[in-house]
Design a protein around this ligand. Structure first.
Ligand SMILES: [Fe+2]
Length: 206
């Protein structure tokens, strides 16, 4: 990771598998990455649960014959907020910076896409075609701190915490609508009512 080391000094990634092409990091490798980036404890907790929920969706999709790489979805979920601690301290867009770091570290554009686009999806909502990023967006919008909550609860929380201007509140509203649309598509394709499904937050991280 030469240029990350140069740019961010102490933000020193664990070694990738340079020279062997793209790779999907294991849980242990993602945790080492969190350590290297001094990720704040509450972001680790959030990421673990987002990854658990995304993994659940990916397994279900794979069972239903969708072309989904479960391990890649999981790693993308674990890494989706890797730049958050940095941007809390220094500013910037955590999804864009995190996507660049994920791309740099893993060499995998599909995995990194889930990090770049975990706040908003700017393309068509085709769950079959774009399963990974849409699953990460959806999982992120269902996890509040250390619990899986309905979309509405998470959005009221986001409004309260970040809705400081009318423009931001509008953006949060649009994201809310998009998350509802993703929920409807995922529910149809996975044949499960995700809104009503009784997710066990503990079960998802064990
Ligand atoms: Fe995030």
């Amino acid at each position: 990771m030469p240029h990350c080391e140069q740019a961010f000094e102490k933000y020193d990634f664990p070694p990738g598998r340079g020279g062997r092409g793209a790779f999907t990091p294991t849980d242990a490798e993602c945790f080492a990455c969190w350590d290297a980036l001094a990720m704040l404890p509450h972001i680790r907790e959030h990421s673990l649960l987002v990854a658990g929920l995304a993994t659940f969706l990916a397994k279900r999709a794979a069972q239903r014959g969708l072309d989904v790489d479960v391990a890649m979805v999981r790693a993308s979920g674990l890494l989706h907020d890797i730049a958050k601690t940095y941007t809390i301290r220094h500013g910037g867009h955590h999804s864009q910076l995190g996507g660049a770091w994920a791309m740099d570290w893993t060499g995998d554009a599909r995995l990194a896409q889930g990090v770049v686009h975990h706040v908003h999806w700017p393309f068509e909502l085709d769950v079959k075609r774009h399963f990974l990023p849409l699953a990460i967006i959806y999982a992120d919008k269902r996890v509040k701190h250390d619990r899986v909550v309905p979309l509405t609860e998470r959005f009221l929380d986001l409004l309260e915490r970040y809705g400081t201007t009318e423009r931001i509140r509008q953006r949060i509203g649009l994201s809310n609508q998009q998350a509802k649309d993703i929920e409807a598509s995922l529910s149809r394709i996975l044949e499960i009512d995700l809104h009503a499904y009784p997710f066990d937050s503990r079960g998802l991280v064990e």
